[in-house]
Design a protein around this ligand. Sequence first.
Ligand code: CP3
Length: 365
Amino acid sequence: MTTDTTGTVARDGDSRPGGPADSPFIRACRRRPVPHTPVWFMRQAGRSLPEYREIRASVPMLESCRRPELVTEITLQPVRRHGVDAAILFSDIVVPVAAAGIDLDIVPGTGPVVAEPIRTAADVERIRRITRDDVSYVDEAVRQLVVELGDTPLIGFAGAPFTLASYLVEGGPSRTHAKTKALMYGDPELWHALCARLAEVTLAFLRVQIEAGVSAVQLFDSWAGALSEADYRRFVLPHSTTVLSGLVNSEVPRIHFGVGTAELLGAMGEAGADVVGVDWRTPLDVATGRIGADKAVQGNLDPCVLLAPWPVVEAEVRRILEQGRAAPGHVFNLGHGVLPETDPEVLTRVVALVHELSSRRADQG
Ligand code: CP3
């Protein structure tokens, strides 16, 4: 439940005209008719924006995530600049893990680095359960943002147990996830204990965001594509299900995303998603065939396409809009995050093009 600037109480379940719950983005997540196809970009806050680089010049990444006034400003920047249909909270997937007591840092050019990687049952116990007080800066930022954003929905997010476990077990980013898989295959009991604890932290973190007023949540299992479907079902699905199913009564749509997940799309939907994120490898009509007609889809534009000349970008936008019509709900997005070298002007043009092409189609009935 949230209170807007006029003091009106708004709930996501209430689709009063004009409120975030009635926005094209939330309507598409719920597979309802939309005035135009909604569009936002993973990693839209940060990355290529000069106004972001200016703010971050003197503030380390984790510290910027813990300063509500900075989080609010950075989250709003892409909404102002591009006119996207949703904002996503500026933060990182390791923020709740750090709040749970794990000593880690986000190293420029590398990513999250964990001082003492998790390898034993005693290590798992070092990951404390979190309450709102542990992440009060997120609670505060979301509350500020909901007021500032008005009718534009805010997406909250968290990392899924597998992707978080990979950073914690490896100690940092990994191409092969070798240590993670060695633990998973070699000590399934410890693996499940670790993922169960991470699911608890993630669920608590998402509940804080929902209580503070986000209109949707996205669970990032960015590296789940490293697994076969059989291993995903055995080692990961139960824990991602704990998180997503744990939010079923919250009335906000749940998006579930990973990269390289062509073989996992059906299973990722089963975890309890309303929307399944699709990378650039699987066309949206094919993805819908795998996910089923009871879920919306999001994604598919290769972030690298944005570095190509405009006619190439335009052709890809048209293709994705066309193939997205096979799904019962379509949120336009990239197949993974915006690359830092992307020209922000191209992002703005993509938003305008998606809106123009999809509303024209609506006019034609
Ligand atoms: O690159 C930027 O946008 C600048 C700020 C920044 C974020 N994370 C914001 C973020 C930085 C420097 C990081 C560090 C980090 N954390 C990296 C990047 C390392 C690098 O230098 O390129 C990575 C890979 C992580 C771990 C991480 N964070 C993952 C796997 C995810 C899930 C999304 C994905 O890209 O697969 C995140 C989430 C994240 N980090 C978000 C933001 C704003 C939220 C998601 C979003 O906006 O879509």
